[in-house]
Design a binder for this molecule. Structure first.
Ligand code: GLN
Length: 495
């Protein structure tokens, strides 16, 4: 069961070959056996998951209509509010927080009759590219336990790659769904900005954040996107457009198909094996009838600088609410109110979060705002325009997701700039609001997965998924599985 796709699992559930309860038991068992090595989960809701599964089984027996994810276990990144359950953002600041409400995507999953199985580890407040910034535990890449799974949705990606869960939700502000998907050999989709409501997603950088699916195959991602997409009046940036029917259209090829490649995606810093796999993927597309067009993204060289100004500026504002009064950890020892704020924030936030708050506060400060923040916004517009121009000449842009395969735990943690460079190919999509997907396209000689990134014009998720599925149907990279020892372990979450 653990090796099946979501489509196969849904079919087996629908014809009662297996019950939702049995399936949930199987995945809970897999978590018990594999997660002591991988450490993807912060919290596993065994009893809640089994209860949800049983309810689905009862309703199925009664012949009641069921949602599209009925009985399918889904893992949730720990920055999405689930009513009454710990939602920590992997931060000491929110260690005891239990939201009084469900995020929009959680309500949607409940409507779809999915089984919410637990919460996954992440970089604190989604700031990072390796999941090492978690205040609670280090998640390991299932393909090589000495390496990072990527980040910030590293727990979600590792859990799916390890076969601990068939589907997971992550969030992507600068690449946090696509990059860990690439490094863990699975599929990760960041929807267009506005496609999915951010209501109940703990805000990092509000103009960039989007929630999206992680899955082993494109069809699973399509199914999960359909379930969470759509307008929600509680997020004023969620757009009122028809909900896509990605699952229904995903098998339709795109013809004619023109794929754009940008020189800027193949410059210094790109690992040779990653480049080779991506070039081979392009050949696969050509053999399927695609035309390749050279496009230009001349402002992408400023993307990292612009992103780390916009994202930190927004983060400094969003994280002001954690003062020990409105939200978050409150220091027990303090002299006066200001001292209490300082100590609470000093104790609650980790080093990277503090660095971002300081950078963002500086970029927004009087006298510097025009030189940094406003300049970054102008670059953001130019990056957006580069893409608009490119999409007049191609259906999608194809390149590497990450410049390197998974790096070793500890390798970049003391060098923030090296860590920020992991996002070089992913952040432009967030700055421009584009949908982007990462799909498996090969392995290094040492057996580490390589991801192919495909970007499409805003709100063209259906086309994007069809193009991704075209490649998936012609290759078998997505069918490979990491070898993990099956330990008789007992799950001990980090908190
Ligand atoms: N790695 C990027 C950062 O640290 C992106 C994070 C994300 O997408 N949440 O900001």
């Amino acid at each position: 069961m653990l090796e099946r796709t979501v489509t196969e699992l849904s079919a087996l559930l629908a014809c009662r070959e297996i019950s939702a309860e049995t399936l949930t038991h199987e995945f809970l068992q897999a978590i018990r056996q594999r997660d002591p090595q991988v450490r993807a989960f912060l919290h596993v809701d065994e009893s809640g998951a089994l209860e949800q599964a049983r309810r689905v089984d009862v309703r199925r027996q009664r012949g009641e209509p069921l949602g599209p994810l009925a009985g399918v276990p889904v893992a949730i990144k720990d920055n999405l509010c689930v009513r009454g359950q710990p939602t920590t953002c992997a931060s000491k600041m929110l260690q005891t927080y239990r939201p009084p409400y469900d995020a929009h995507v959680i309500s949607r999953l409940r409507q779809a009759d999915a089984v919410l199985i637990g919460r996954t580890n992440m970089d604190e407040f989604a700031m990072g590219s390796s999941t090492e910034n978690s205040a609670f535990q280090i998640t390991r890449n299932p393909w090589d336990l000495e390496r990072i799974p990527g980040g910030s949705s590293g727990g979600s990606a590792a859990a799916v790659a390890a076969g601990e869960v068939p589907l997971a939700l992550g969030s992507d502000t600068g690449g946090s769904i696509r990059q860990p998907a690439a490094l863990c050999g699975i599929v990760g989709l960041k929807p267009s900005y506005g496609r999915v409501s951010r209501f109940g997603l703990v805000a990092f950088a509000s103009s960039l954040d989007q929630i999206g699916p992680l899955s082993r195959d494109v069809t699973g991602a399509a199914l999960l996107l359909d379930a969470i997409a759509g307008h929600d009046p509680r997020d004023s940036t969620s757009v009122n457009r028809p909900v896509p029917a990605c699952r229904q259209t995903v098998e339709q090829p795109v013809r004619p198909l023109t794929l754009g490649i940008a020189r800027e995606h193949f410059e210094a810093g790109l690992d040779a094996e990653v480049e080779q796999s991506v070039r081979e993927a392009l050949k696969v597309y050509e053999s399927l009838g695609a035309k390749i067009a050279e496009i230009k993204l001349p402002h992408s060289k400023y993307a990292i600088a612009a992103y780390y100004l916009v994202a930190t500026a927004e983060a400094s504002s969003n994280l002001a609410r954690y003062d020990g009064v409105h939200f978050g950890h409150r220091s027990t020892e303090h002299q006066d109110l200001i001292d209490m704020y300082c100590r609470s924030r000093g104790e609650g936030f980790g080093a990277e979060v503090k660095r971002r708050i300081m950078l963002g506060t500086y970029a927004l400060s009087s006298g510097y705002k025009d030189a940094y923040y406003l300049k970054a916004l102008k670059i953001r517009r130019l990056i957006h325009d580069d893409f608009a121009q490119a999409f007049t000449r191609c259906d999608a842009i194809v390149g590497p997701t990450s410049p390197t395969p998974a790096f070793k735990i500890g390798e970049r943690i003391t060098d923030p700039l090296a860590m920020y460079l992991a996002d070089i190919y992913t952040i432009s999509a967030n700055l421009a609001g584009l949908p982007g997907i990462s799909i498996p396209c090969g392995f290094t000689k040492t057996g580490l997965p390589i991801g192919l990134q495909i970007l499409a014009a805003p709100f063209e998720e259906e086309k994007l998924l069809r193009i991704a599925r075209l490649f998936e149907r012609a290759t078998d990279w997505h069918t490979r599985r990491p070898k993990l020892a099956e330990l008789p372990g007992i799950h001990e979450p980090g908190r």
